[in-house]
Design a protein around this ligand. Structure first.
Ligand code: M6R
Length: 352
C-alpha cells in the first residue's frame, strides 16, 4: 500500500534515502577509496561507452555520459529509439549500456539487441531482477531501488544516478575518496531535503502558470530536462528543460510573467553564467525559483530559493532533482491530477 501517503509517487520520493542506501550497500570500499561492484568484476575497461535509454532513463544516461567523459572515457547517450548500432561506429572495446528501470522497454531492448548482434559488449542497468534486459545483456548491474508503482519515475532515477556514478568509477579505474564519501552522504542529505523542503508552498503559488522552464548547466542540464519531463507528465502543463545557454537561442521568446523559470544553480562551478541567465529571464518578468547549494550568493537575485546541502558539484543535481520532484508533485496535487496514473501513459512501454 501507500503507507499513509496520498500517492505512490509521494511514497517513492520519500523512499529515496533508503533506495540509495540499498544501491550503495556493499559496493563502496572505504579502504581503497573506490567502488567494488561484484557484478562488474568481469567487465573490461571500455574505450568508449554508448548509453541507450528512453525518458527518465535517458536523462540518467546523459548524466552518466558526462561522468565517464570527466573520467577520461569518451561516452555518449542516445535515445534508444534513435540508436542504430549499424550506423553508430562501434569500436573494439565499445561498451553499450542499456539503462532501463523496467528492463522491458521495447525501444531499449531493440537497441540492446542490435548492439549484441553488432558484437559490442553490453551491460543492462536495471531495477528488475530477471527482466528481459537483464537476461539479454552480457552483464547486469541492479540499481536495487525496490518496486516503483507510480508511472512517474522518481526513486529509480536517483538510484540510476548513483549506480551509474559507481559504474563510472569502477570502469575507469579511477579512485576517488571524495566521490565515495559524497555518495555515502547522499541518503542523509536527501532526507534533510525531504524534511525541510519549501517546494509545496512555492508549487501552490505557481500552479496556474502557463508553462514552466527548467534550466541547468553542466551536470545540472540533464536534471533540468528531467524536471520538465516530470512536470509535463503529471501536471499536463507545458514544461521544457534545456541548458541555460540555449535560452537566448529561442525559448526566451516564450518567457514572461506567467512562466516561472526553475534554475539549478550549482554554486561552485557554473553559478556566474547561471546568474546571467536569471537576469535575462527576470528582465522579461519571469518569476525565478533557484534550486541551489549556495543560498547566500543566489538569494538576492531570485524570487524563491529551494535549498540543497553542499556536496561535490557532480552530485549536486542528484539533490536538486529531489526538489524538482516535489515541485511537480505539489503542482499536480494542487491541480487534482491523477498523479500515479497520468493520462495516456504506461509504466512500461512495451511497444515501439
Ligand atoms: O523502464 P524504463 O526505464 O526503460 O522506462 C523508460 C521511460 O518509459 C520512463 O522513464 C518514462 O519516461 C517515465 N514514465 C518518466 O517518469
Amino acid at each position: 500500500g501507500k503507507s499513509g501517503y496520498d500517492h505512490y509517487m509521494q511514497k517513492e520520493i520519500n523512499e529515496q534515502p533508503r533506495a540509495i542506501r540499498d544501491c550503495i550497500r556493499g559496493r563502496l570500499s572505504e579502504l581503497d577509496r573506490t567502488v567494488s561492484v561484484d557484478e562488474l568484476a568481469d567487465v573490461d575497461r571500455p574505450s568508449t561507452v554508448h548509453f541507450i535509454a528512453c525518458g527518465t532513463s535517458y536523462h540518467a544516461s546523459l548524466y552518466a555520459a558526462r561522468l565517464f567523459r570527466d573520467r577520461g572515457v569518451p561516452a555518449m547517450a542516445f535515445h534508444a529509439s534513435e540508436y542504430n548500432a549499424d550506423e553508430v561506429p562501434l569500436g573494439d572495446e565499445t561498451l553499450v549500456v542499456a539503462v532501463t528501470q523496467s528492463g522491458e522497454t521495447a525501444d531499449t531492448l531493440n537497441a540492446l539487441r542490435e548492439a549484441n548482434r553488432a558484437g559490442a559488449g553490453t551491460l543492462a542497468v536495471t531495477n528488475v531482477v530477471g527482466s528481459s534486459a537483464s537476461r539479454e545483456a552480457d552483464h547486469v548491474l541492479y540499481i536495487r531501488a525496490g518496486p516503483e508503482i507510480s508511472v512517474a519515475a522518481t526513486k529509480t532515477f536517483a538510484s540510476q544516478q548513483v549506480a551509474l556514478s559507481m559504474l563510472s568509477i569502477a570502469l575507469t579505474d579511477t579512485s576517488s575518496r571524495a566521490s565515495v564519501e559524497a555518495l555515502r552522504a547522499l541518503p542523509d542529505q536527501i532526507q534533510s531535503i525531504l524534511d525541510e523542503s519549501r517546494a509545496k508552498e512555492i508549487a501552490e503559488s505557481y500552479a496556474d502558470a502557463e508553462a514552466y522552464f527548467f534550466i541547468g548547466r553542466g551536470y545540472g542540464a540533464p536534471v533540468a530536462l528531467e524536471g520538465a519531463l516530470k512536470m509535463k507528465e503529471i501536471t499536463y502543463k507545458h514544461a521544457e528543460g534545456f541548458p541555460g545557454g540555449e535560452l537566448k537561442h529561442g525559448p526566451l521568446a516564450l518567457v514572461g510573467d506567467q512562466t516561472p523559470v526553475i534554475a539549478i544553480v550549482n554554486g561552485k562551478s557554473k553559478a556566474e553564467k547561471m546568474l546571467g541567465n536569471i537576469k535575462e529571464v527576470e528582465a522579461r518578468s519571469a518569476p525565478v525559483i533557484a534550486v541551489t547549494d549556495s543560498v547566500d550568493e543566489v538569494e538576492s537575485y531570485v524570487d524563491h530559493v529551494l535549498r540543497v546541502p553542499r556536496t561535490k558539484p557532480r552530485f549536486m543535481p542528484v539533490l536538486a532533482n529531489v526538489q524538482l520532484q516535489l515541485l511537480s508533485y505539489w503542482v499536480a496535487h494542487r491541480l487534482g491530477r491523477s498523479i500515479d496514473k497520468p493520462r495516456n501513459l504506461a509504466k512500461s512501454v512495451t511497444v515501439e
